[in-house]
Each structure stands twice: as structure tokens, then as C-alpha cells.
Design a protein around this ligand. Structure first.
Ligand SMILES: Cc1cc2nc3c(=O)[nH]c(=O)nc-3n(C[C@H](O)[C@H](O)[C@H](O)COP(=O)(O)OP(=O)(O)OC[C@H]3O[C@@H](n4cnc5c(N)ncnc54)[C@H](O)[C@@H]3O)c2cc1C
Length: 394
């Protein structure tokens, strides 16, 4: 039956018409971020990546668009739904994982703990200026010797005459050297607690980590807290134990599950365009079966991963998303995004190893994303425990 319907072909860049699953407002936010990335990120990204810089001046621009802490309500935050936040992460990471990281760290790791666990005074003092991008936050959990097992952290806080005194070293801290405020997690007599630490506190110093070959357009730092004295009101009153930092990580991991599909989309799109124009043996390489298989495998995983992210987003908006379900999204989507990037790299041949194309930049970035916000091994163990009832962590 040769009807017009039968001749319609799916859009290679939205094969399952996922666009139709979005509400008008979600589509509008997505398009705004997509335009921002096209106009503000893409023209500079190769240079920022090459120089190992993040343009801090972008923060107020992100704030003006309402993208910082956008899924939080009140205190100057936009109060969008979780799907809109996810779409923002996806579009940002289609530009560069460094930009998505900046948005994630500000909103999910720095603003969220203050919003969720802070006092009214802390919320009023910090959140509006963080939402506007006037000030930048960072999240200090990892340490030089402590990564996957943060409950063993050494950074400690003790009470001294009504003040808190913090000492320790935090490592791999995104935005650390450009931050105005750090949310630092430390061991206390009452278990792990969070502290809001202005970065001009005497004894606080941040040093950028150099020679990274991944996430270059993002500042990663070591923080040293040398007897930093803070008022009693610096502690987050509602956070006790590892539940505090882990709930922040859940927020950020949700954004990662979405974001990496943006990097994957950029790689797939680049490889598809390249394959259609690159001629070898007298024909475009897109005509070879082996190239088509690679592109089709990318198409499958890109669509499945984006659908998964959207499903998690709808569950989050319904208030029924569980941490293990976020782990499933983070584990699957980062792993598949990395495979897509590597496969795309092969289609580009030698051109695939240069910064002229975004593919190897995304590929290298995704190596960091595979490790941070819980490594793939840790998410595997979380899921293993969830389905078997046995913990295999220790
Ligand atoms: C670019 C970048 C930015 C970052 N930003 C931040 C930030 O802003 N704030 C912050 O606090 N941290 C940040 N991190 C740190 C990140 O969260 C940690 O790197 C991560 O938690 C892993 O810790 P680790 O690197 O110490 O690895 P380790 O924990 O030492 O792990 C090494 C290897 O052992 C495996 N492993 C560990 N335990 C087990 C186990 N029980 N079973 C099986 N395998 C295991 C791991 O999966 C991994 O493969 C960042 C990291 C990077 C690379």
C-alpha cells in the first residue's frame, strides 16, 4: 500500500519524535538554552577547552536566563519542573560537559543543599545571589584519599567557643578556584555535617588542578581548609550524616543522565554529517554497511537514553523517583554516551582526533563524567544491591 504515510521518513535528529512528548513551556526553555549554546558556547568552546579555562563571566548570563537552581522554588529561583532542568542539562552538554557541570554544580550541588538543609537566614543570604549568577558556589565532598567512600572523609569540624573550626583538604572540586562560597562536608561529633564557607574565610585556599586532559573547559581545584573559623550559623541545620551529601548527588546525577545525551547527540550528528560528505572508494562513507551499522547503533542508544532521561524526569516531577532509578539512568546513559562518542570518533578517521570537530572533546569529557557523581562501578553496586538485597561494597 504505497500511501503518502508510508513515504514519510523519521527525522534523523529526533527519530522517535520525542519533541511531541514535551509541553510547550519545556520546549520553549529547551529552545532558549539551545540558542544560548549556539551563540555563547560554541563560538568560544574550542579555545576555552584548549586553554583549560571556564569563562566565569557566563554565570550572570546563565542567571539572567533563570538556569541556575532553576528547579528550586523561591529565593530568586525559577521553579521549573525537573524535565525542564533535564532538557537544560542536555542542551548545555551538547555544547560541552564543562558548561553542564557549571550549571549542575551551582544548582544541584551548591544551591540545593542550602535550599534543602539551610536555615532561613542562609537561604536569604546566599540563594538569590547564586540564582542570579552574581556569586558562584562549589561542593566539597571528595578528598585526595577519599572518593567513592566519602563516609570515610578526614576533613573535620569542631566547636570552639561557639564557633566552628574546619580543617582538611578537598580534591577535584569543580568551580573551586572561581567560587565565592563552598558547601563543605566535614566530620563532626554528630556525624557528617555540611558547612557554608565563604571562600574569603582566613585559612581557606583553592588551587586549580592543572594538566587535565578531560573537562578542560571547567575549573577543577584542590581546597585547603586550614583551621577555618566560622560562626555557629555556618552549619546547615537540617543535614546530619551521609544522607545530606548523597541527596545532593542524586540531584546532580539526574542532570548527568540527561546531559550526556546532549554530548552523544552532538557526536552522532557530527558523524552523520561527516559520513554523508566524506568520500572514499568513490562514494560517501555513509553508503558502507559498516558505517551504517555504527550510525544506527548510535541512533538506537541515543533515542533509548533520551527516552530514559525523560521517563526519569516525569517520575521526578511526580515525586516518585528513587535514588536507585537515578543510578540506572546515570550508569546507562554515561556508558552509552561514551560508546557513541568513541564510535563517532572512528567515523571521522584522522579528523576525529582534532578540536576542529567536537567529538574527541566530548569523548574526553565523558571520561570525567563516567567517574564523577559516582563511578560506573559504584552505580553498578547500587543497582546490584537494589535487586539482590546484598551489598557488595565492602
Ligand atoms: C573533573 C572532575 C570533577 C569533579 N568534581 C567534584 C566536585 O565538584 N566535588 C566533589 O566532591 N568531587 C568531585 N569530583 C570527584 C569525584 O566525585 C570522584 O573522582 C569520584 O567519586 C571517584 O573517586 P576517586 O576518583 O577517588 O576514585 P576511587 O574511589 O579511588 O576509585 C578508583 C576506582 O576503584 C573503583 N572502586 C572504588 N570502590 C569500589 C568498590 N567498592 N567496588 C568496586 N570498585 C570500586 C572505582 O569505581 C574506580 O574505578 C570530580 C572528579 C572529576 C574527575
Amino acid at each position: 500500500m504505497a500511501t503518502t504515510e508510508a513515504r514519510r521518513t523519521a527525522d534523523p535528529l529526533d527519530f522517535l519524535d520525542l519533541d511531541a512528548l514535551l509541553a510547550d513551556e519545556e520546549r520553549m526553555i529547551r529552545d532558549t538554552v539551545r540558542q544560548f549554546v549556539a551563540e555563547r558556547v560554541m563560538p568560544g568552546i574550542e579555545e576555552w577547552f584548549e586553554r583549560g579555562e571556564f569563562p566565569r563571566e557566563v554565570f550572570p548570563e546563565l542567571g539572567k536566563l533563570g538556569l541556575l537552581g532553576m528547579h528550586l522554588s523561591g529565593y530568586g529561583c525559577a521553579g521549573t519542573n525537573a524535565v525542564s532542568y533535564g532538557l537544560t542539562c542536555l542542551e548545555m552538554e551538547a555544547g560541552d560537559s564543562g558548561f553542564r557541570s557549571a550549571v549542575s554544580v551551582q544548582g544541584s550541588l551548591s544551591m540545593f543543599p542550602i535550599w534543602r538543609f539551610g536555615s532561613e537566614e542562609q537561604k536569604h543570604e546566599w540563594l538569590p545571589r547564586m540564582a542570579s549568577g552574581e556569586i558562584v558556589g562549589c561542593f566539597g565532598l571528595s578528598e585526595p584519599d577519599i572518593g567513592s567512600d566519602p563516609a570515610s572523609m578526614r576533613t573535620a569540624a569542631r566547636l570552639d567557643g561557639g564557633d566552628w573550626v574546619l580543617s582538611g583538604t578537598k580534591m577535584w572540586i569543580t568551580n573551586g578556584s572561581i567560587a565565592d562560597v563552598a558547601v563543605v562536608w566535614a566530620r563532626t561529633e554528630e556525624g557528617i555535617r555540611g558547612f557554608v564557607v565563604p571562600t574569603d574565610t582566613p585559612g581557606f585556599s583553592a588551587t586549580p588542578i592543572e594538566r587535565k586532559l578531560s573537562l578542560r573547559a571547567s575549573v577543577t581545584s584542590e581546597l585547603v581548609l586550614d583551621e577555618c573559623r566560622l560562626p555557629a550559623g555556618a552549619a546547615l541545620p537540617e543535614a546530619r550524616g551521609m544522607g545530606g551529601p548523597l541527596s545532593c548527588l542524586d540531584e546532580a546525577r539526574f542532570g548527568v543522565a540527561w546531559g550526556v545525551m546532549g554530548a552523544a547527540r552532538s557526536c552522532y550528528r557530527t558523524a552523520l554529517e561527516y559520513a554523508k560528505t566524506r568520500v572514499q572508494f568513490g562514494r560517501p562513507i555513509a553508503g558502507f554497511q559498516l558505517t551504517q551499522e555504527k550510525l544506527v547503533n548510535m541512533l538506537l542508544e541515543l533515542n533509548k537514553g533520551t527516552l530514559l532521561a525523560l521517563h526519569l524526569g516525569r517520575m521526578k516531577d511526580d515525586g516518585r523517583l528513587l535514588p536507585q532509578q537515578v543510578s540506572l539512568g546515570k550508569l546507562n546513559n554515561v556508558r552509552e554516551a561514551l560508546r557513541i562518542a568513541r564510535e563517532a570518533r572512528t567515523i571521522l578517521g584522522a579528523n576525529g582526533i582534532t578540536l576542529e570537530y567536537p567529538v574527541i572533546r566530548h569523548m574526553n569529557n565523558l571520561e570525567s563524567v563516567l567517574t564523577y557523581e559516582g563511578t560506573s562501578e559504584i552505580h553498578t553496586l547500587i543497582l546490584g544491591q537494589a535487586i539482590t538485597g546484598h551489598s557488595a561494597f565492602e
